[in-house]
Design a protein around this ligand. Sequence first.
Ligand code: KDO
Length: 341
Amino acid sequence: MTTSPSTPLLSRRNVAAQLAALALSSAVLPLQAQAQTPTALRISSPALPDDWHGKMWTVFKEQLDKTAPGEFDVRINLNGTLFKQGTEPTAMARGNLELATVSAFDLAKLLPAFSIFTAGYILRDPQHLQKVLGGPIGDELYKSVADKLDITILSPLYLGTRQVNLREARSVKTPADLKGLKLRMPGSKEWLFLGEALGATPTPLAFGEVYLGLKTGTIDGQDNPLPTLRAAKFYEVTKQIVLTSHLVDSLFISVANKTWNALSTPQKQKLKAAAVAAAQYNNENRLKEESQLVDYFKQQGLSVTTPDLDAFHRSVQQAYLKSEYAKQWPPGLLERINATK
Ligand code: KDO
């Protein structure tokens, strides 16, 4: 058989071409595979769509769509439609949910050290919150959350400073003036204790039922930050806001470890950056709105009053320090929080 002199060259070219094609396909395949099966990120939150910590999830999604196109399938479920308020950490630990905002109250149920952030008048203001939860104290606590609860905290955020909001106006100077008042709180014992520490009769009710509760009078009041009063329209069914500023409240953007551990390092960085951007969007807007809302509520006909804040501080702090909660705070943690400037 005669072979053409060009055959070896051709076949060498063929082999080289095949090898190049192979290398290309193996480099491209994982990307194609990723593009075909984006990681599902279901978000569950009780936030209202018109509240900043509801809107921030769109910021999160848009940022991920830009930085990691086709890698994630972000689905935002607000109004507590996917999981009930407060059940998100368990759903994430069980692998039934990927992302949520969880509160210190939710975490305290499972990790008692966290109850320090459920106690009234510990965090002084939004800046203090940011320094404590965004610094070494936060990092240490997030590590135990990851180890014990199987969820990873991506970013803390400022939910706002909680104020007491009443259906009927009354004179409130000290906690004694709230005696017998049915103050709605979310339904866990940590929340109910806060209501009790304020001097009221705490009444558990889910967030979604508060408007009607205020309208019909099954509750006499509720506590929430001013932007939430606006977004949930509680000002339509209440007559007074008492500026107790009893809790500088936070939430934590969290991801299930099952999801987190399956991500590549660049994906983890992108997810965290998107959470930080979302939190920042929430914080900036919430702070700005908080500073404007007193005037707005007055225009809506509500009376906005300031009680004897020293009396509230003293009474609430004593209630916590005497409680079972304080016994579970790691030694020195309160002092470190107080010393954070
Ligand atoms: C509420 O039910 O009062 C509360 O403010 C508690 C928070 O921890 C958080 O769940 C919040 O509701 C929801 O995100 C709705 O704003």
